[in-house]
Design a protein around this ligand. Sequence first.
Ligand SMILES: NC(=O)c1ccc[n+]([C@@H]2O[C@H](COP(=O)([O-])OP(=O)(O)OC[C@H]3O[C@@H](n4cnc5c(N)ncnc54)[C@H](OP(=O)(O)O)[C@@H]3O)[C@@H](O)[C@H]2O)c1
Length: 393
Amino acid sequence: MRQKIAILGSTGSIGRSTLDVASAMESEFEVVALSAHRKIDLLAEQTRRFKPRYVAITDGVPLDAFKALVPEFGGRCLQGAQSLVELATLDEVDIVVCAVVGAAGLPAALAAASKGRRLAIANKEPLVIAGRLLTEAAKKSGTALLPIDSEHSAVFQALQAGRPDEVKRIILTASGGPFRNASRQEMNNAGVTEALAHPTWSMGPKITVDSATMMNKALEVIEAVWLFGLSPDKIDVLIHPESVVHSMVEFIDGSIMAQLGTPDMKVPIQYALTWPKRAKGLAQGLALEKLKQLNFQAPDPDKFRSLVLGFQVAQTAGSAPVVFNAANEAAVSAFLEGRIRLGRIVELIEDCLNAHSVRQDLTLDGLLEIDAWARRYVLTRLGQNKTAHMAKV
Ligand SMILES: NC(=O)c1ccc[n+]([C@@H]2O[C@H](COP(=O)([O-])OP(=O)(O)OC[C@H]3O[C@@H](n4cnc5c(N)ncnc54)[C@H](OP(=O)(O)O)[C@@H]3O)[C@@H](O)[C@H]2O)c1
């Protein structure tokens, strides 16, 4: 019996790599559902190739436009943000790959975990803003939450070498992004082209900007807290420019377990799909003999302010990560539209955090209310939301 997969965000970088893996393992996996936000041409191409039973378009693109591109499609077409929840909870689906970008993936990720679907999660933002709800839902339904993020996949694999109470710390590695060797001023003044020039990974625009500011690593620290049930003081970050050691776990006896590989997301994607088994992979093996050196260095806290904030937010928990993430999403959108320089992103996030009174133990509705407030706050600071009510939330 082939495992049936729903890919939320199939037109993105992770979504496309997931389809490559599924295509190479056609005898193991059947793609039954796909979603796109706006790229209906690519969704149409994927539909012709994979013949899913369901497709969803989450933005307002008319369904007729999609149907005109694939008149032979006989499955169901869904539309709107809520359609992701429908795909994530289809009775025939075994594995949900959550590869949409940003908080938009939260309702579907939560629905998949609650329904007991195996959730292969690349989309870190839902774990950042609702880690408690997601992990509790997965625990209650008895399902597995499998990380696709390469660092968390590495930690997940390395953790298998010991018991939870034997873990001293985990070490998340970071490439250092395009501004690793730049001065703080050069980094802060950077524009879109420089920020999108990632030295080692090819990814979607939002995560690439997050990598440039190191917000990505800050979000990953919070993601790790929830995925592995660790307190933030057991998490360290090291810059590792070669992006070969994807992350490490140090045990109490001083042994450090690392997972190594070429920087190719197909490796962690495939492991999330095949776990607890392994299968022959698509990615090129790592030519260890060609590696001249592996470097590690502590990140400069003055340069990468986002990382300092990330640890503070992880420690504060409650609604702080919601504000941290939402302010970042709003600021990154403004940056990608060319309206602010790179350094303004973290300033806006810090400003928004300072304007917020943290609340604990929130429901999903409470989290979403704070998420919306933080986005409005950033837009107002950017002069784009003249009507917003800016009382503290
Ligand atoms: N790329 C990587 O190597 C990588 C590594 C680790 C973790 N991640 C995480 O994986 C997630 C996806 O990253 P990515 O790089 O694949 O992003 P991406 O290339 O920008 O793709 C995002 C996907 O989500 C869809 N989408 C965009 N806005 C949406 C919305 N509001 N509602 C529903 N769907 C929406 C896009 O549809 P359209 O294409 O139609 O616009 C696309 O299918 C992110 O959370 C990222 O942090 C990525």
